[in-house]
Every structure is written in structure tokens, then in C-alpha cells.
Design a protein around this ligand. Structure first.
Ligand code: SF4
Ligand code: SF4
Length: 380
């Protein structure tokens, strides 16, 4: 999953939900024919731009904002220090854009055609689904910029906007739930009843007051499949993710060594992890999004690990420079490849690992030595 958001405390109790709906205006929507018409024009423009969903909520602080502070105090964000910065802005969109009144929440489905799943056979590394594409920050960003310009163009004089594609201090999953795009599941990701678990989110904040859509609410029921499927036990309780244990964090965000005790559970995942999302029963509604047909790069789904370890830096940039995989950086990516080779590689991988064990990059060299020891442990 894209590692970009903060886990919430769980489904809102009914009383709280009703309070939220009343505060957000969703439960007592004033009759405002002009606002509704404008909202539909913006929605149409968003769909025309290729977004799969476009819904509206108020710029009121998300109800679960206070839980962010507790999560941070417990250190569950690991070394993602940026999450601890500007917390007061993160918990109140009106501090991000003074005078903000509405959030236009958009989503793109990165679901893939039925039957598209790579088996984990042999010395093959697996990349999280969302990263099997050109970098969504670029192509969603272009479209969000166009949507923001449209809002300013048709809005009342002086309308201001600001847009983000998981780049700003916004609790976007909570706000997307309040806009009715989907609900936050026990794995802390957003689930749509129309698109399943595979959604990339973005938003336009605006000073223009537009009527909000109806919020969504949690629909996990007694299901716990995602918690059982997590290879590292990172979903420590329903709706509580300890990022320090999550493979998405370990293989993407963490700079430096991966804790030795977690390396075996990483298996052949070389960038991110989808296990908790993939097992969710709501994926029966998943469909391929229109933009992913254009920007998807399914060939990145599984790649030969030995060839990846032998890539030089220009080769890494050529292959992955325009994809989310670039975020792991050359050094971090080769670190991940070493771990995967140790876990799933065969004896034919040994020479490449022996060369990597002498690498000038101490991070790669240490992980390569670990991988060689792991091959021995596996009797190879
Ligand atoms: S299954 Fe576990 S490790 Fe993988 S993304 Fe989900 S929470 Fe993280
Ligand atoms: S797998 Fe089950 S518990 Fe987890 S998010 Fe999906 S519905 Fe909720």
C-alpha cells in the first residue's frame, strides 16, 4: 500500500458519527441549488480529467485528528519525522489554507484486470501494485492542478485553492471517508464499495463553500482477514498500524539497515507490500481505473532479483526514475533486493551476492552478507 497516511483509532461510534455528519452539514444539508449545481460541474470536470471518484466534504478538522498525537507519542511513525512536523496543520485543513471551506476529494483506482497477479516463483522480486506505474504524483498532480484552476475559474471572485497528492499535511483517508469516497478499514487504508482497496487519493482545498456529500462509515464487521494476513504483525490491533513493523515502511521509507529480526518475514517483497489489502473481501468490487490503463507498467510487478542487484545507478534511474520505486533510492533498493535474495534466492544467486558483499556501499554490503548467511541457513 502507499505509505502516506496516519492510522485512525477505529470506526467512529454512532453518536460521534452523527455529530460529525451534523457538524459537516451532511445530515442537515441546506437547500442550495446553486451550490449543488456547482458541485456537479466540478465532479463532471474531475471525471473528465480521468479521476474515478470525486466527492466533497467540509474543511472542518477530521474527528480522529487527536489520535494522531497519541500515535506519534508512541513512536509508531518510526523515522518518518515529517509526520511529526506541523501536527496542528495536519489536524485542521483550515490551517493549511486559511479560509478553507471545502475539500474536493478525488481518487484513482489502481486495481488491475482480473487474474493479474504475479506468483512468487524462484528468484523474483515483487513490487506493490501502486508502484507498478509511472509516478502518480506527476500525472495526478497535473490533473489536480487543472481541477483547482477550474474551481477558481467558476467559483465566486477571490476563490482560492490548494491541491495535494499525498504531499501535504492532510489526514486524507479520514477526510475521504467523511466525503464518502470509502471507509477506513482495520488495516487503516481506505476501502471503497465501488473500487475495493486500490485507491490513490488527492484533494483540492478551496475557500468556496460547497455542499458536502454524505460520509461513509466502517463496514469491516467481524472480519479480521487483513490482520491475520500481515506477515510482520504490523496491524497491532484493529485500526492500529505500527509503521515500524510494516514492510511498506521498511522497504520504502526506512533509510539504513532493516532490523535483522524482520528480514525473513519480508520474503521477496522489494518495494512495499499489499498483503493486507489483497485479502480484503471488498476487493470483489475492484475494477481497473481509467488512468492506470495509460500509466500502469505491469512489467514492474515481478523482476529478476539477480539482475536488479547488478544494476548500476544510471541503470536504476533509467528503469525506475519515473516510478514510485525511485523513492527507495539506489542504495535502499539494493538493500531490499539483498534481503529478498536471502529469502527466496537459489544457489545461482550466490556469486552476485558475494560481489555485493564487497560493495563500496556499507548498507548493501551488510545486507548481502546477511543474505549469504540466510542462504546457508536455508541449506543452499
Ligand atoms: S500486510 Fe502488514 S506489512 Fe504488509 S502493508 Fe499491510 S500492514 Fe504493512
Ligand atoms: S480485510 Fe476485513 S477487517 Fe481488514 S479492512 Fe478488509 S473488511 Fe476490514
Amino acid at each position: 500500500m502507499p505509505f502516506d497516511s496516519i492510522p485512525g483509532p477505529g470506526p467512529e461510534p454512532l453518536a460521534q458519527r452523527l455529530r460529525t455528519e451534523v457538524q459537516s452539514g451532511a445530515a442537515v444539508l441546506p437547500v442550495d441549488p446553486e451550490g449543488h449545481a456547482a458541485r456537479e460541474r466540478i465532479r463532471s470536470r474531475a471525471l473528465e480529467l480521468g479521476f474515478d471518484e470525486c466527492r466533497f466534504t467540509t474543511a472542518d478538522p477530521p474527528a480522529r485528528g487527536p489520535f494522531l498525537e497519541r500515535w506519534l507519542a508512541e513512536g509508531r511513525h518510526g523515522r518518518m519525522q515529517w509526520l511529526a512536523r506541523r501536527v496542528e496543520r495536519r489536524t485542521d485543513p483550515r490551517k493549511v489554507l486559511p479560509g478553507a471551506s471545502t475539500l474536493v476529494m478525488v481518487a484513482v483506482s489502481y486495481g488491475q484486470p482480473e487474474g493479474f497477479e504475479h506468483g512468487a516463483q524462484g528468484s523474483v522480486g515483487v513490487v506493490a501494485r501502486y508502484a507498478r506505474a509511472l509516478d502518480y504524483h506527476d500525472w495526478m498532480g497535473e490533473r489536480l492542478r487543472a481541477l483547482a484552476a477550474f474551481v477558481e475559474e467558476i467559483g465566486p471572485a477571490g476563490t482560492r485553492t490548494l491541491w495535494y497528492v499525498d504531499t501535504g499535511p492532510i489526514l486524507e483517508r479520514e477526510l475521504a471517508e467523511r466525503a464518502g469516497v470509502g471507509f477506513v478499514g482495520k488495516h487503516t487504508n481506505l476501502i471503497s464499495r465501488r473500487w475495493g482497496n486500490w485507491l490513490l487519493l488527492g484533494e483540492v482545498l478551496t475557500t468556496w463553500a460547497l455542499p458536502p456529500d454524505q460520509p461513509e462509515h466502517n463496514r469491516c464487521g467481524r472480519c479480521t482477514r487483513c490482520m491475520e494476513a500481515c506477515p510482520t504483525g504490523a496491524i497491532v490491533a484493529p485500526f492500529q498500524l505500527d509503521a515500524r513493523l510494516c514492510i511498506s515502511y521498511l522497504t520504502i521509507e526506512l533509510r539504513g539497515p532493516i532490523p535483522v529480526e524482520l528480514r525473513p518475514a519480508i520474503g521477496n517483497r522489494i518495494f512495499g507490500c499489499d498483503d493486507c489489502l489483497a485479502v480484503c473481501p471488498w476487493n470483489r468490487f475492484a475494477r481497473e481505473g481509467r488512468l492506470m490503463r495509460q500509466y500502469g507498467r505491469p512489467e514492474l510487478g515481478s523482476m529478476d532479483l539477480t539482475s536488479l542487484l547488478e544494476l548500476d545507478e544510471p541503470g536504476f534511474r533509467r528503469l525506475f526514475g519515473q516510478t514510485p520505486i525511485a523513492r527507495a533510492r539506489y542504495s535502499g533498493f539494493r538493500r531490499n533486493v539483498c534481503v529478498a535474495l536471502g529469502n527466496v534466492g537459489g544457489p545461482e544467486c550466490r556469486p552476485a551476492l558475494e560481489r555485493a558483499a564487497q560493495d563500496a556501499d556499507p548498507l548493501v554490503a551488510e545486507h548481502a552478507r546477511w543474505a549469504l548467511a540466510r542462504l546457508r541457513e536455508r541449506g543452499l
